[in-house]
Write a new protein. Structure first.
Length: 298
């Protein structure tokens, strides 16, 4: 087998100088060898990038699965505490009603005793004497009811505090749709009509410019303004590692540092930045890793 003769541009050498610890190393390549080296390195970097992305996605989805389980458990606990609260309120209402009935009966009996004694002895001054003696004795029977009512109210206060804590956690979880419209682009790789392929980092929801956009969960606004290709953009930090982005807005209704609740108005759909039409670009990150918004939205 004859060795291949290099001619033309293949004979032209490419030299790469590497310096390590002030020592110079020269690497010589032909044009063909240099092109193959560049292609090989490019493929390696692409493979490393894709591998790193998938590893980060796997970590993000694993964390998301655990948090969604926590959210489901929290919802179940909230339902249990709400049922307990309703039962306690019902018991409290019954006790209050029972106490009121007891008081009315005692007052009626006391009045009957006083009237009978006064009529029998024909001494009107006896009314005050009997009332002062019998009054405390008559009402002493409601002390136990008062103690039970106080105990129920203490339990109700405790349940209410627990409900507020769980409700706050549920309010912060970004599971509310930020707006309505048609989904024109989902999370993941996509191909343009020109043949260009890129990775889409969120959901594109198309609707008329000016359509309201709402916070997906309770949080603090950490970015509000123009942001490169995103145009007018809002980023909200929800805690527990979650952030959401609302991009291509036509207007912004919040400012950095502001606390918003789930469902609060944050802006309006627009076409700012790199956008081919009126739509909202909605992103979700968990611990800094982009995740598919469909994983958190109902």
């Amino acid at each position: 087998m004859k060795p291949e003769k290099l001619s033309g541009e293949n004979c032209k050498a490419v030299t790469i100088n590497l310096v390590f610890n002030q020592r110079k190393i020269e690497l010589h390549f032909t044009r063909r060898g240099y092109r193959w080296l560049c292609r090989t390195l490019l493929v390696m970097f692409l493979l490393l990038g894709v591998t790193f992305f998938h590893v980060q996605q796997s970590k993000g989805l694993a964390a998301l699965t655990l948090q969604k389980q926590d959210v489901q458990q929290t919802k179940e606990l909230v339902e249990q505490y709400q049922a307990e609260m309703a039962l306690l309120q019902q018991q409290n209402e019954l006790l209050m009603k029972f106490k009121e009935e007891q008081m009315q009966q005692l007052e009626k009996k006391l009045q009957d005793v006083v009237n009978t004694a006064a009529d029998t002895l024909n001494k009107p001054s006896l009314k005050n004497l009997v009332a002062s003696a019998a009054g405390p004795t008559a009402y002493r029977g409601t002390d136990d009811i008062d103690k039970e009512i106080q105990s129920l109210q203490a339990k109700m206060d405790e349940v209410e505090k627990t409900l507020e804590k769980y409700a706050d956690a549920l309010n912060a979880f970004p599971d509310k749709w930020p707006t309505w419209g048609n989904i024109t682009s989902t999370f993941g790789w996509r191909r343009w009509s020109s043949g260009w392929v890129d990775f889409h980092t969120g959901l594109d929801i198309t609707n008329s410019c000016g359509t309201p956009v709402y916070a997906a969960g309770k949080g603090v606004v950490i970015q509000a303004g123009r942001d490169g290709s995103y145009g007018l953009s809002v980023i909200i930090s929800h805690g527990n590692g979650y952030t959401t982005r609302y991009a291509h807005l036509s207007s912004i209704a919040v400012k950095v540092g502001q606390t918003v609740l789930k469902g609060d108005y944050v802006g309006a759909i627009g076409q700012t930045g790199f956008a081919t039409g009126c739509h909202l670009h909605f992103e979700v990150k968990l611990n800094g890793t982009l995740i598919d918004p469909y994983k958190v939205l109902p």
